[in-house]
Design a protein around this ligand. Structure first.
Ligand code: ADP
Ligand code: MG
Length: 702
């Protein structure tokens, strides 16, 4: 039964809100209840007890508070473009204050003999700073009371502002909320946790996060709330793992049979790397336990994950089960299918490919053979998870490049058998530890941290567009040596004509520079049918064309060892992990490979950081951490689609330590009390139930 508390009160009933503002709060910030508002935290605080001197203004990204006299005030311009410029003077110098709106009100308010407190964010313009639209208040008239020395800043939107809910407006209604909830804020952590980590109470934390009395208590409030947020995520994930290992039975793959042995002894063309052996062992151990495996296999691009997956798929077959491998795109699944077919040549094992473009006749055969068990191995795209696709006895599912699969799609795989199949999720984009802990905290992790031998590190260089002729020259030299080249254009949205235009223009200029019959060029982009794409791809794979001009459709997994040059056009428009993925397309053979990043002459700071990172390292982990710092985690993992983790206060980059504490605390706790049945842990169970009320059924998610 749902107990309704004061916190569930609809937001319109808060003093100062009402139906109109409530409507906008709901639409713009998803604030429906008192509780939602309470958890809408400031993103910054400004110390209003500190005053700066005019000469100390040195930055246009922070707020400054200055005390001084207005020594000049005049209007500039006419009509709509009119502005008011005032000069504030303190004993160190002067600075201009500028207003574009509310001019009359300011003119009436300011008197020349009085001292004022000015507060605002400076702007650097024409070689000096000014402060646009500062708050201004006569000294002594200030309404700021001591409790508000640290002024909270809330994110707001245009629509909210138009109804008076700018940062200050939000702060005002927050202030109305405080007396309502005070005394009702129950503790959600156990005394033991609170004492061990010396946390402040939940009530103190929630009040001080909005209205901090001082810097020190603000920090403690923030630490407490961050810990709490991360702790309950960890608790959920780890508990889920416990439930799965206890309740969900798994197929037991007890034997290593002829399929595996034949492959290993007759067909495997090279030695496994040490890392491949290590992770294979880890996976093998899981598969023999009688528990369902949920494992994440991490390994940089080209580290040989496919092979590891294949070996385990063969073991599934040896034990009488079916196995499938799912990839996010048609091209990738075709490629997996081809390389798996090649690995299995002469072994008399049935493998088929199922994608959106599989012909009806073939599809029918696949459906039949899956049901009667004649088809042990299947490779494909999303087509694999359609309801029509039914297996006789699915034992193992491998998901490649999983970040492209939505959570719901993965959950579907679970239901393909009465006993859920083992699940191996492979990802080529290394995930920073903090992210892995948060998003895959319930999965076991294996890491391939070694590349197959003989690979030469890829040389990465940056060229500006104006140096294109040099690049053409270099391309010709490489082609003369028998190598092949990718030229990749960014793609923001497949349907955007603009993207295609860039690609077409590029194709034309390359065609002019590399004319037939001496050269041949392939082109692949999202507007082609998959048949056309495949045709173009195949010409390049077979070496009939030397240059492949493409959009990012070739991003993942394509494996052509003879391709040694990756040219990325408008490289500044790509994210770091995407650049890293693209670069991973070359360097797959024994020859020296190159990645050339082309950019326009002017780069934003972020763009420049990304190029610099790419040029300086090929280490996927360093790159993904830099990516996390530059872009934030939301982008990185496509979490919007999963909607699972929506951090309100913790920051996965800055709060790694707190996350670590949260995880160890949760682990320790569950070791003693795996189901939180002990009396003292009842508060935790209650809070978990409350938090997970509206969430998707996590246990169904791999
Ligand atoms: P990933 O999927 O991890 O990006 P792949 O599985 O596609 O990497 O492997 C990249 C290439 O390296 C493939 O051509 C594969 O056949 C080859 N390869 C895999 N393991 C080894 C190994 N131990 N020694 C040599 N080459 C290997
Ligand atoms: Mg791969």
């Amino acid at each position: 039964m749902k107990t309704v508390t004061i916190f569930d009160t609809p937001i319109e009933y808060l003093k100062g809100v009402g139906p109109v503002r409530a409507d906008i709060l709901k639409k713009e910030l998803k604030i429906f209840t008192f509780n939602h508002l309470l958890h809408y935290f400031p993103f910054r605080y400004v110390d209003r007890s500190k005053f700066y001197k005019v000469t100390e203004v040195n930055n246009d990204s922070t707020y400054f508070q200055i005390k001084g006299k207005i020594i000049d005030m005049h209007k500039v311009g006419q009509g709509r473009s009119q502005r008011l410029v005032a000069t504030l003077w303190d004993e160190t110098g002067n600075i201009e204050l500028v207003w574009f709106k509310g001019i009359k009100w300011i003119v009436d308010k300011i008197k020349s003999d009085k001292e004022y407190i000015v507060f605002g964010k400076p702007n650097y313009f024409n070689g000096r700073y000014n402060i646009p639209h500062p708050e201004i208040e006569e000294v002594g008239a200030t309404k700021i009371d001591l409790g508000e020395q640290l002024q909270p800043f809330y994110f707001s939107t245009e629509k909210l502002k138009s109804k008076g809910l700018d940062s200050k407006g939000i702060s005002k209604i927050m202030k109305n909320l405080m007396p309502v909830i005070q005394g009702h804020l129950n503790e959600t952590l156990t005394p033991e946790i609170i004492n061990n980590l010396k946390l402040i109470t939940r009530e103190d934390a929630l009040i001080n996060i909005h209205f901090p009395k001082n810097q020190q208590i603000l920090q403690r409030a923030s630490a407490r709330l961050k810990f709490e947020e991360l702790f309950f995520i960890q608790l959920t994930l780890l508990e889920l793992k416990i439930i799965r290992t206890e309740k969900v039975k798994g197929h037991i793959f007890s034997v290593v049979g002829t399929y595996f042995n034949d492959f290993y002894h007759k067909n495997l063309p090279f030695e496994l790397t040490g890392a491949q052996k290590k992770v294979t062992k880890e996976i093998r151990a899981d598969l023999g336990l009688g528990k369902q495996m949920n494992r994440l296999l991490q390994g940089d691009v080209g580290s040989g994950k496919t092979l590891v997956a294949l070996m385990n798929m063969l073991i599934a077959v040896d034990n009488g089960y079916q196995a499938c491998m799912m990839a996010p795109t048609e091209i990738l699944s075709v490629q997996h299918f081809n390389s798996i077919s090649k690995f299995l040549q002469g072994l008399n094992i049935n493998v088929r490919l199922l994608t959106g473009s599989t012909k009806t006749a073939e599809r029918k055969i696949i459906h039949e053979e899956l049901l009667n068990g004649e088809l042990p191995l299947l490779v494909g795209t999303h087509a694999l998870i359609e309801d029509k696709v039914k297996f006789k006895n699915l034992g193992l599912v491998v998901i490649d490049e999983q970040h492209r699969f939505g959570v719901a799609q993965r959950a579907k795989l679970w239901r393909k058998n009465i006993i859920p199949p083992h699940i191996l999720v492979m990802t080529a984009t290394p995930i920073p530890r903090t992210l892995a802990m948060t998003f895959y905290g319930d999965l076991d992790v294996s890491v391939i941290d070694e590349m197959p031998p003989g690979r030469k590190p890829i040389k990465t260089v940056h060229f500006y567009d104006k140096d294109r002729l040099k690049v053409f020259g270099f391309m010709k030299k490489q082609i003369k040596e028998g190598r092949q080249i990718y030229v990749v254009y960014p793609l923001i949205n497949e349907s955007e004509k603009l993207d295609l235009k860039d690609l077409m223009d590029g194709y034309e200029s390359i065609s002019r520079e590399f004319p037939l019959p001496k050269y041949a060029i392939s082109m692949v982009h999202g507007q082609l049918s998959s048949k056309e794409k495949d045709y173009e791809m195949q010409r390049f794979v077979k070496g009939e064309t030397q240059i492949m001009v493409a959009t990012t459709v070739i991003e993942v997994g394509v494996d052509i060892p003879n391709a040694t040059v990756m040219i990325i056009e408008n490289a500044e428009r790509f994210g770091l992990s995407q650049l890293h993925q693209l670069r991973g397309r070359v360097g797959r053979g024994g020859s020296q490979s190159f990645c050339i990043l082309m950019t326009k002459d002017k780069l934003t700071n972020d763009g420049w950081q990304r190029i610099k990172t790419m040029v300086s390292t090929t280490d996927g982990f360093i790159i993904s951490e830099a990516d996390l710092r530059l872009r934030g985690p939301g982008d990185l993992r496509g979490t919007q689609q999963s909607g699972i983790i929506d951090l309100k206060i913790a920051d996965l980059i800055k709060d790694e330590k707190i996350l670590q504490y949260a995880r160890t605390t949760a682990i320790k706790l569950l070791k003693k009390d795996p189901h939180l049945n002990n009396k003292e842990n009842r508060v935790l169970r209650k809070q978990l139930a409350y938090l997970n009320k509206n969430r998707i059924d996590w246990s169904r998610i791999s």
